[in-house]
Write a protein that binds this ligand. Structure first.
Ligand code: GLN
Length: 553
């Protein structure tokens, strides 16, 4: 069978959830027994998002092979079992980098190198590479139709249709049908314009996924079908949902998978969605709530910590709990006295996520101190592990001014310093310790208990490491190192055994958590946080009972 492609474009505005739509369709096709793969093209000129600020770009998602990619790849991995690598996310910058390298090598044999055919060929080759050994490959084109910079990608998918024919390619356009309050009406004009824009470059969409806040009526669908030249049943209501994990189930109700199969001339078994349905049921019927405070630097922009938030949701769902996350700006905790503690009271668990640069570090250290001293479950990820070590050095071991050389190059106690393998490396792009690395866990540690094994593999993205010269001081004061690289070079996990949950890891477990396979560390952290909630609730009830007994005659 030849490879089949689903091309996903977006129109009218950005942020319509193209990535989620692609991931959900992938999920549905996979549930029907098809082998799927997903990829995304980003039209910007950066070679990868690794050098971009989280405010610009949101989270940088890291794959096993160490590629720094778009956060939509996180959705792809959470919704499917596709194995993603650096081949699954390409930017204009990467495509041009490849072409220019070839040109300098003389590979073009004297020809003029042009957007068509050279850039478009490079794009098509990238698609074919990802499509090998799969039944269906979903290709998401980043940006919005009408952007100058996405033109070569749209031209490439137009050519793919030309080459492969209708039965092997399908164009899905994600568009907006807004409700206009003043007119009390849904409006189809933006969708019509967006489809016209696509037509002007030679692409007639087959399916329209219409983002709306309410169901489209039959009349509305037939109007859109008529004006946009698509079949009526190919106009799909993509209504807002409160849990993203409902999207595959909603798409199944709207028969999006059947449409795709029909257009691609594919036969497949019935979808098996029981586990997704059961998950959605848990999303909407939690038995209780758990509240986590996340202390970080990019917290006002939630997309910066996309996978982290989802991993916490997975951990909560594993215990049938609703997750309440509060984002706490770390700088706001940098008070001279202990008044920052007021902002931290009432959370069942506290988490410090990954981050770069000096801003907010003292606030994070305060939050960690609070969690450690008050037996509030604490989970530190990457920067959150490094700051946990610094806090321990300062406040338990009395090493005044202890720090990371990233934040204070002149610190008297470099608890965290530049990775020894990166000494002398000043270039920023793709130079961190990236991707999956093995880690050995200490027997009888929380980590080993939680993972249920002593050898794990997790994904990394960091430039600094724990300085083992301070190991003896910190461990003799009670901190335990429970995870290291197999050769013992790098510290990967630290714990405080006496604490209800105090664990820091140098890697990013959030990248490997899936709704149907919650990551063990998140599952355990949420469990500990919930225990804390129940204990506090119990104590509160006891106090109230004592008060009732006191005032009762
Ligand atoms: N800034 C720290 C480092 O580079 C932590 C990185 C992170 O949290 N991802 O090591």
């Amino acid at each position: 069978m030849s490879a089949k492609y689903v091309f996903v474009t977006g129109g009218v505005v950005s942020s319509l959830g193209k990535g989620l739509a692609a991931a959900s369709i992938g999920c549905l096709l996979e549930s029907r027994g098809l082998r799927v793969n997903l990829m995304k093209f980003d039209p910007y000129l950066n070679v990868d998002p690794g050098t971009m600020s989280p405010f610009q770009h949101g989270e940088v998602f890291v794959t096993d092979d160490g590629a720094e990619t778009d956060l939509d790849l996180g959705h792809y991995e959470r919704f499917t079992h596709a194995r993603l690598s650096r081949d699954n996310n390409l930017t204009t910058g990467r495509i041009y980098e490849q072409i220019i390298t070839k040109e300098r090598r003389g590979d073009y044999l004297g020809k003029t190198v042009q957007v068509i055919p050279h850039v478009t060929n490079e794009i098509k080759n990238a698609m074919r590479k990802v499509a090998a050994d799969t039944d269906v490959t979903l290709v998401e084109i980043g940006g919005t139709v009408g952007d100058i910079e996405s033109l070569p990608f749209l031209e490439a998918i137009r050519q793919m249709r030309q080459e492969l024919g209708r039965e092997n390619t399908i164009f899905i356009h994600v568009t907006l049908v807004p409700w206009i309050a003043a007119a009390q009406e849904l409006k189809t004009k933006p969708t019509q314009h967006s489809v016209k824009e696509l037509l002007s470059i030679g692409i007639q969409p087959d399916v329209l996924l219409c983002r709306t806040d309410r169901f489209l009526s039959r009349e509305m669908k037939s109007k859109i079908a008529l004006f946009c030249n698509v079949q009526e049943q190919a106009v799909v209501t993509a209504k807002d949902v409160s849990s993203i994990y409902e999207v595959p189930v909603v798409f199944a109700q709207e028969k999006v998978d059947e449409l795709v199969l029909r257009y691609l001339h594919l036969q497949a078994e019935e979808p098996k969605l029981e586990r997704w349905r059961e998950l959605v049921d848990r999303c909407y019927n939690p038995k209780d709530e758990v509240s986590i405070g996340i202390v970080g630097k990019y917290v006002e922009y939630e997309d910066s910590y996309k996978s982290l938030k989802e991993a916490l949701v997975h951990g909560a769902l594993a215990h049938n709990l609703k997750l309440k996350v509060t984002w706490i700006e770390a700088e706001g905790l940098e008070t001279k006295d202990r008044s920052y503690e007021n902002q931290l009271e009432g959370f069942d668990g506290i988490l410090v996520p990954g981050g770069f640069g000096k801003r907010g570090i003292e606030g994070m250290l305060n939050a960690i101190r609070y969690a450690r001293e008050n037996e509030v479950p604490y989970f530190g990820i990457c920067l959150g592990m490094q700051t946990a070590c610094i806090e321990y050095a300062r406040n338990v071991c009395g090493l005044e001014g202890a720090n990371s050389s990233e934040f204070d190059p002149a610190t008297p106690h470099r608890i965290i310093y530049k990775l020894r393998e990166l000494t002398g490396v000043e270039e920023m792009g793709g130079t961190m310790r990236l991707g999956a690395w093995p880690c050995m866990l200490e027997k009888n540690s929380r980590a080993a208990r939680v993972y249920g094994k002593t050898e794990i593999s997790e994904r990394h993205r960091h430039r600094y490491e724990f300085n083992r010269e301070y190991e003896a001081v910190l461990t003799s004061a009670g901190l335990r190192i429970t995870g290291t690289t197999p050769d013992g070079t790098y510290v990967e996990i630290v714990e405080i055994p006496e604490h209800p949950f105090f664990l820091g890891c140098q890697f990013h477990p959030e990248f490997k958590s899936k709704p149907l396979e919650p990551h063990p560390l998140f599952r355990d952290f949420v469990a500990a946080s919930y225990r804390n909630r129940l204990q506090r609730r119990g104590r509160q009830e006891q106090r109230e009972m004592a008060e009732v007994q006191r005032v009762a005659p």
